[in-house]
Design a protein around this ligand. Structure first.
Ligand code: SAH
Length: 353
């Protein structure tokens, strides 16, 4: 079985529940460079990760090799996740891969993803449709050089459409904007170029159809980016919510132990921070439990137990369980867990702590 799964545009929260659920079942994960590393963590720990990314058109693995790989893995009996950035069927060659699987008689399912074509404008504060400005939107590949002899793109028709979204258009920016202007789109039409959208690295360059190519060159603007063309871009002035978050664009290193960093990381991410997990602390049992054992032996003589960290609580109770409960003075060793009075005490201790 091959699941062709859309990983969403970058923000790991934008993969679907169905996508995560399929990913968890797979023993091989074949993924592209646009797939956020944080999403790979949803896969099983023992799953084999195969990177087949491409960057700026340079394929690490050719499409033919990739197709054969999917077929081979599936025929060997593996459950394969084919994870693709955004939505697999929007400029993602997911259609070609599904055709190959169909031809080979391999069962497959497609889990749609949130395409960058809509999510990136949304994170830049640009609604692609708006009753006052737009009733038609087009998604266009900017990969094709408009200068080439016979363009598959009808530029005349495109120039009439109110909202345009170009993917893979950074390299041909000059060609795209000139073609639209030649076919009648006013050079003053507002445009926005958004790179690495929906991630803390999001960068937006605003301008007009007439000046964006020059601006992008000056700023050395690199892919992956989306170009949005149309009056709706003006709404960004008021609706730019993501780039205004309090920690947006800031890189924050968390030094907590890996297994305890997630909660804080999530809070920081929610405020737009780029979180780098760099654990400098590892929590291990103490060299000797003697001091704790001594205290546990006369636990009923204490009125208060103060815990100074979650780790302290964990090791305390783990040790108590390992000893089979606490010492009960002359009554000898009994299982604390079966004594309601002590259970209540333990609960109190926890609350107080
Ligand atoms: N299937 C993908 C698109 C693959 S084509 C999808 O549905 O999103 C690759 C192009 O997508 C890039 O060149 C860029 O134009 C766009 N893209 C993907 N992720 C992006 C992101 N986070 N920010 C800006 N553009 C992105």
């Amino acid at each position: 079985m091959v699941y062709i799964i859309g990983a969403g545009p970058g923000d790991p929260g934008l993969i679907t529940i169905a996508g995560v659920e399929r990913l968890k079942r797979c023993d091989v994960v074949v993924y592209d460079y646009l797939v956020s590393p944080e999403i790979l963590r949803f896969a099983r720990r023992d799953a084999r990760m195969v990177y087949v990314g491409k960057r700026g058109g340079h394929h690490t693995v050719s499409q033919e090799e990739l197709n054969s790989l999917l077929v081979k893995e599936a025929k060997e009996g593996h459950t394969v996740a084919r994870l693709k950035g955004g939505d697999p069927f929007i400029f993602g060659r997911g259609g070609e891969e599904a055709e190959v699987l169909e031809r080979e008689g391999i069962p497959f399912e497609v889990v749609p993803g949130v395409t960058s074509a809509i999510a990136v404008p949304a994170y830049a504060g640009i609604p692609l449709t708006h009753r006052e400005h737009t009733s038609v939107v087009a998604f266009v590949t900017g990969h094709e050089d408009p200068e080439k002899e016979k363009s598959a793109i009808d530029w005349e028709a495109l120039a009439k459409i109110e909202s345009l979204v170009f993917l893979m258009g950074v390299k041909n920016l000059a060609g795209i904007t000139v073609s639209l202007i030649e076919k009648g789109k006013p050079p003053s039409t507002p445009v926005a170029l958004v790179r690495r959208g929906t991630t803390p690295d999001q960068e937006t360059l605003s301008g007009t159809l007439g000046d964006i190519a020059g601006k992008a060159e000056k700023a050395n603007f690199t892919p992956p980016a989306i170009l949005v063309v149309g009056e709706v871009v003006r709404l960004r002035e008021r609706l730019n919510w993501y780039e205004k978050k309090s920690l947006f664009g800031k890189g924050i290193v968390i030094t907590r132990p890996e297994e305890q960093s997630e909660e804080l990381a999530e809070l920081l991410r929610r405020e737009g921070a780029r979180v780098i997990s760099f654990p400098t602390v590892r929590i291990v049992p103490p060299e000797s439990f003697d001091a704790l054992d001594w205290a546990l032996a006369k636990i009923q003589t204490y009125d208060w137990i103060i815990f100074t960290s979650a780790n302290g609580v964990r090791f305390f109770f783990e040790r108590m369980a390992a000893l089979g409960g606490g010492h009960q003075g002359s009554e000898g060793r009994e299982n604390l867990h079966h004594r309601p009075r002590d259970a209540a005490r333990r609960r109190d201790a926890l609350h107080q702590g």
